[in-house]
Design a protein around this ligand. Structure first.
Ligand code: CA
Length: 312
């Protein structure tokens, strides 16, 4: 079987790190490159963190590109309160020595989609959608060439995590999200509704540590770090492991279930900016533009994650 080609667009972030490691550990996926965007922390740190993660996985040849350092038309909002000053707080990992590519991430996304066969490249955005929207705006011809966009972002039943009504990735660049959700490319959305069911409970964190590898220890330390924030905020048994849900969906879609519905992005209201207005109950006749995931088999998800990360 041919490996599925993906580009991971990312703002690492501890949960981005786990997602990237899951992809690198999985032979069903061919990661063509990592494109970095400003989000959880500023761009210089996300571009640095992406290389730290590749080196942890011993994948120094992986091309890493820096993209947009700010949202399309707004000031950057970051999330050091969750992820720490570096974005990867938790374990102590060495500074990266592998290079950052000279090409801009947006150019890499455009060029790759033009070079590769139509319908053969899937985009996996794990942060604000600035890079993807910038590529679609600059080169609308690539939209029809995208196999699928599988992204982490938004919320319906869980509503918001950065404001009462908005999820962080969408809130940071709602104009970019609006462009991507309206683009017409096949779209799968992994919102907080599903990621809040993928909790890093103690036995799951223990299983990462019990691998006895550098990767296992790093993942246990990362989840231990951001857990403190989420456990206190939500009173839950662990923290949601958001971004790895995207990669797990590519590997084992039967772990997830959702609905084909219409999802619109709020860009005008100060009160509900960045809200994913998801027509879960199909009360409008607006056409479906996304498969909006609502549920996950969390035990199956962590079994997959643990089995794969143990390979690194
Ligand atoms: Ca992220």
């Amino acid at each position: 079987m041919m490996a599925r080609k993906i580009i991971i667009d990312t703002d690492p972030g501890q949960d981005d790190a786990v997602a990237i490691l899951l992809a690198l550990a999985s032979p069903e996926l061919e990661v063509l490159g990592l494109t970095c965007v400003a989000g959880n922390v500023p761009l210089d740190l996300t571009a640095r963190n992406a290389r730290i993660i590749c080196e942890l996985a011993d994948r120094r040849q992986m091309p890493v590109y820096a993209g947009c350092d700010a949202p399309l038309s707004r000031k950057l909002v970051t999330a050091e309160h969750v992820h720490g000053k570096t974005g990867l707080d938790g374990p102590t990992l060495p500074d990266p020595t592998m290079p950052l590519q000279d090409t801009h991430a947006v150019d890499f996304i455009i060029d790759t989609l033009r070079i590769q066969d139509t319908g053969s490249v899937t985009l996996c955005p794990l942060g604000p959608l600035t890079n993807i929207a910038a590529a679609f705006e600059r080169a609308p011809d690539i939209i029809d060439r995208v196999q699928q966009i599988v992204l982490m972002g938004g919320a319906y039943f869980e509503v918001g995590n950065i404001t009462p009504t908005a999820e962080f990735n969408i809130y940071v660049d709602p104009e970019a999200a609006k462009i991507v959700f309206a683009a017409g490319a096949p779209l799968v959305v992994l919102p907080l509704d599903v990621t809040h069911k993928a909790l890093t409970t103690q036995p799951r964190v223990d299983a990462f540590r019990a691998m006895g590898t550098d990767v296992g220890r790093a993942v246990a330390d990362w989840t231990g770090f951001f857990e403190r924030f989420d456990k206190e905020k939500y009173g839950s048994a662990g923290a949601p492991l958001h971004d790895p849900c995207v990669i797990a969906y590519l590997l084992q879609p039967d772990l997830f279930s959702g609905r084909d519905i219409n999802v619109e992005i709020e860009t005008a209201s100060d009160l509900t900016l960045g809200m994913t207005v998801a027509d879960w109950w199909r009360v409008t006749d607006r056409p479906a533009n996304a498969l909006f995931i609502g549920d996950v088999d969390a035990d199956g998800f962590f079994a997959l994650l643990i089995e794969r990360l143990a390979r690194l």
